[in-house]
Ligand binder design. Structure first.
Ligand SMILES: [Zn+2]
Length: 149
């Protein structure tokens, strides 16, 4: 999938996340879900007062569980948001690396006119490991499941 298509999918997933948040707010206002304001609803994972409703899948806006902020963070992103965000993020990183490689190659090419062939060859050798390193990083981002920092 192209970088742009991944971005589009990620944006749709974020919109879906927002819609699910509104659905929960409306459900609480309508009395369909208990309010978490007074701290009487326990966190599903640890029993402390719940502070948020956690979605595992934003396509099911009202399939939620009350959790505290700590447990919510531990649960991680919902299944329909986390993976697409990861994919998009890796494609983004790879793109930036490829831009950096192009910039470095352009710098090197621009040097050619102002250096002797020997001096230029020296610079080419100096650049080579750096370019190879960037290329490797870009490949890793495109092929592996690199976690986001
Ligand atoms: Zn908890």
């Amino acid at each position: 999938m192209t970088h742009r298509a991944l971005w589009q999918q990620y944006q749709w997933a974020l919109k879906r996340q927002r819609r699910a948040g509104w659905a929960v707010q409306n459900a609480v206002a309508a009395g369909l879900l208990p309010s978490l304001r007074n701290g009487t609803v326990p966190c599903k994972d640890c029993g402390k007062p719940a502070q948020a409703y956690d979605h595992r899948d934003y396509r099911k806006p009202l399939m939620v569980e009350p959790v505290c902020h700590g447990c919510n963070a531990k649960r991680g992103p919902a299944q329909d948001l986390g993976p697409i965000r990861q994919k998009w993020w890796r494609a983004e990183q790879a793109d930036q690396l490829l831009c950096e490689i192009q910039a470095a190659e352009a710098d090197l090419a621009a040097l050619k006119a102002s250096l002797t062939p020997d001096e230029f060859a020296l610079h080419q050798r100096a650049y080579a490991p750096y370019l190879a390193h960037l290329q490797q990083q870009a490949q890793r981002n495109l092929t592996q499941e690199q976690p986001m920092p």
